[in-house]
Design a protein around this ligand. Structure first.
Ligand code: RP5
Length: 162
């Protein structure tokens, strides 16, 4: 049973949102990933968000670009935590996506990540950190990931001229 749902406005978002999926896979968190568009499939959005909790979802990651209303509209339909990923857009490089997601009105929360792949990866990490509150194995995997990351940086920190 998936614990995290990764949804995105278009298949064109998948190369970015895969980074969230890869992080969850690395940390051993079950997930599902699918396209749910705020504008092209509004009824699916409502159905998905309203039934997510009953379907065993604990955290939702929503990525979209341009007029990125998906994370906010999903948050409007569920009490589950929603993390929004601004996907880099072709016209405005994702600044439009970021501003569309981040300025939520008081009372409906979306946790907004960075634009693009770093934001998607961190959305996966943050979702795993929420899941880890109840899952010791996931907490251990996150600690191991962070330790490895630190060791890699320390091992490659001495810089020399070519
Ligand atoms: C948004 O429009 C999607 O999230 C995507 O980032 C953007 C472009 O979608 P496509 O025209 O590539 O399907 O809804």
């Amino acid at each position: 049973m998936p614990k995290v749902a990764i949804v995105m406005g278009s298949t064109s978002d998948w190369p970015t949102m895969q980074k969230a999926a890869l992080m969850l896979k690395q940390l051993g968190v079950p997930f599902e990933a699918k396209v749910v568009s705020a504008h092209r499939t509004p009824n699916l959005l409502t159905e998905f968000a309203e039934t997510a909790a009953d379907n065993g979802i604990d955290v939702i990651i929503a990525g979209a670009g341009g007029a990125a209303h998906l994370p906010g509209m999903i948050a409007a339909h569920t009490h589950l935590p929603v993390f929004g990923v601004p996907v880099r857009s072709s016209q405005l490089s994702g600044l439009d996506s970021l501003l569309s997601i981040v300025q939520m009105p008081k009372g409906v929360a979306v946790g907004t990540l960075a634009i693009g792949e770093a934001g998607a990866a961190n959305a996966g990490l943050l979702a795993a950190q929420v899941i880890a509150l109840q899952e010791p194995d996931v907490a251990a995997a996150i600690k191991a990931f962070r330790k490895q990351q630190t060791e890699t940086v320390l091992a490659n920190g001495q810089l020399e001229l070519p």
